[in-house]
Design a protein around this ligand. Structure first.
Ligand code: PMV
Length: 354
């Protein structure tokens, strides 16, 4: 008996230019383009195994060992349905000898090796791993950008986790979403010197989900309209140029400015949303001071902070500065012994890769 099963894993990505706002909530089409760095740390990944079998009575999902309902018409079921459609169109219709896996139900088992929904982009790696494992199971002859169209419908930022290195999600303009996809701007090997330091301020589940937060922001924030029209298009060009020229000073300035504006837009929402806490803000203060000294010494900016929809900091820095930054952070924010939760922990100075 043939077993139809495949496993894939995908890393988290952390945006330098933030995605915040949907123009189509069903297809997950964004109000602005975004750009991220895919992190390749062994302990920040989702791993997903999918199995198709004619005997399965329905599609089922286990997340971190616990069965989750696959809601009819929800994002998970959309991704599974779209992957089955691709299997049929790209494989079975073209080659009638292939087994009709698109007609079988699937069992999916996914595991994150880091806190889920703590502002560490677990939905990004999760949906990217899901789509990749189904693409392997179905032996789909399609590109990562093609798969990004489907991962996007699970969680917007997931489309960027299908590539390593520096990745743009082009917002596109077609109402069907065919041109709202991820492309690689540069391989990690183009600029291997950049490292990411994840500072876990809290691994609690976040208060306002990105889905409801974005919706409220789109409905109520005037600042968002300015951001999507006047600010992000220019920043996408600036950061792409900084990456191509390996210009860390420019990369850092744009990254921090965009993190600040994303949190300003959250604050401009009615009622306001606060994702950062006092520790997050203190880390900003530390990096600002570190960069001020760097500029004074003629070395330019040496680190960049960025925050997603949660209090945890991601600090990008050239490798040569990482040790110094870790020492600074640990001396200002000592970790309490034996406790990880509600504490300040570091996910090592792992390299950013592709
Ligand atoms: O893909 P979502 O719905 O989890 O939204 C992610 C939003 C941010 O992480 C705040 C920004 C981004 O571009 O990743």
């Amino acid at each position: 008996m043939t077993v139809y099963q495949a496993t894939a894993s995908a890393p988290v990505n952390i945006a330098c230019i933030k995605y915040w706002g949907k123009r189509d909530t069903k297809l997950i089409l964004p109000t602005n383009s975004s750009l991220s760095v895919t992190l390749d740390q062994d302990h920040l990944r989702s791993t997903t195994t999918s199995r198709a079998d004619a005997s399965f009575s329905k599609d089922r999902l286990w997340l971190n060992g616990k069965e989750e309902e696959i809601k009819e018409g929800g994002r998970m079921s959309t991704c599974i349905r779209e992957m089955k459609r691709l299997r049929k169109e790209e494989v079975e219709d073209k080659n009638p000898n292939e087994p009709k896996l698109s007609t079988f139900n699937v069992h999916i088992c996914s595991h994150n090796n880091f806190p889920t929904a703590a502002g560490l982009a677990s939905s990004a790696s999760g949906f990217a791993a899901l789509v990749s494992s189904l693409a392997n199971l179905y032996a789909l002859p399609v590109s990562a950008s093609d798969l990004s169209l489907i991962a996007r419908q699970g969680s917007g930022s997931a489309c960027r986790s299908l590539f390593g290195g520096f990745v743009a999600w082009q917002m596109g303009s077609n109402p069907t979403g065919v041109d709202s996809l991820a492309v690689q701007v540069a391989e990690q090997s183009h600029w291997p010197d950049i490292h990411a330091l994840i500072c876990v301020v809290s691994d609690d589940k976040k208060g306002t989900s990105s889905t409801s937060g974005m919706q409220r922001t789109v409905e109520t924030s005037a600042l968002l309209q300015h951001r999507i029209k006047e600010v992000v298009p220019r920043r996408m060009e600036e950061i792409s140029k900084a990456i191509m020229e390996r210009d860390f000073d420019a990369f850092a300035r744009v990254t921090m400015a965009d993190s600040n504006q994303f949190h300003a837009v959250a604050l401009d929402t009615e009622p306001p949303i606060f994702y950062m806490n006092d520790v997050s803000r203190a880390i900003i203060g530390l990096i600002v001071e570190y960069n001020r000294v760097g500029v004074e010494e003629g070395r330019g900016y040496r680190a960049a902070y960025t925050y997603d929809a949660g209090p945890n900091a991601v600090i990008y820095a050239p490798k040569e500065n990482v040790k110094e930054i870790v020492e600074l952070v640990v001396s200002y924010f000592p970790q309490r012994e034996g406790s990880f939760k509600d504490n300040f922990g570091l996910f090592g100075g792992g390299q950013v890769v592709g």
